[in-house]
Design a protein around this ligand. Structure first.
Ligand SMILES: *Cc1c(COP(=O)(O)O)cnc(C)c1O
Length: 214
């Protein structure tokens, strides 16, 4: 597999943006190639695949993200191996992490910003109550918000969805005096739009090996 890491980095043109490679597309061997091309953050969706890849790449300097929905019953398998969780949106999951994790885990609150029924995440209006509820959980360190825009070629729709998170960041600051500067938005289809909405973490898959997504 050939990777276009340089090409993508040039497009992003900002060293403060973290590329998290979505590893669901890759074997451990391909991840090693990707790592040598300059990617050091990896994000997996499934706990079984995570463990396999984590063990295979133990000797590499990697920051590990979990980007898929994490089932409460599977928390113990991965929770002390990951550096970031991008998909926190239930209190039940937060409690289980809090019980099992041995140091504070950096978490993104996943928010449903598209109108697609199937997307996971909290509704916008439930985020502030959720953040209040998380306060006593010492092992949960909320660093930011995560969202997935609708899969569409309509830039205005995507832009409006990302803007919801920018507005929410301001509201959280005003109401809770909590600064959540990190934003995990932007995938292969929409990462350039995400950058205009202050993305700090891009979760990229296809664009790393396809150059342009058709
Ligand atoms: C697969 C995946 C991505 C990356 O997908 P591409 O569109 O291929 O860039 C990002 N986030 C999550 C949660 C994913 O599952």
């Amino acid at each position: 597999m050939k990777f276009y890491t340089e090409y993508v980095k040039n497009k992003i043109n900002n060293d403060n943006i973290t590329i998290v490679a979505a590893t669901k597309y890759f074997t451990p061997e391909e991840m090693i190639t990707l790592h040598s091309s300059g990617i050091t953050h990896f994000g997996e969706n499934r706990t079984e695949a995570f463990t396999e890849k984590f063990n295979a790449l133990k000797d590499f300097d990697i920051t590990w993200h979990f980007i898929g929905t994490l089932q409460t019953k599977k928390v113990k398998k991965v929770v002390n191996d990951i550096d970031y969780l991008h998909s926190l949106y239930t209190f039940k999951l937060a409690e289980e992490i809090n019980r099992r994790r041995t140091s504070p885990l950096k978490c993104f609150i996943q928010i449903n910003i598209s109108n697609e029924e199937s997307k996971h995440g909290l509704n916008i209006e439930d985020v502030i109550p959720f953040l209040k509820q998380l306060k006593p959980l010492n092992m949960i360190k909320v660093v930011g918000l995560m969202g997935m825009a609708e899969l569409t070629s309509n830039e205005e729709i995507i832009s409006n969805e990302f803007q919801k998170l920018n507005d929410l960041q301001i509201k959280i600051k005003e109401e809770l005096h909590q600064d959540l500067p990190e934003l995990s938005i932007g995938m292969s289809n929409d990462y350039l739009i995400a950058l205009k909405h202050n993305a700090t973490f891009l979760r990229l898959g296809s664009v790393l090996f396809k150059k342009e997504v058709e």
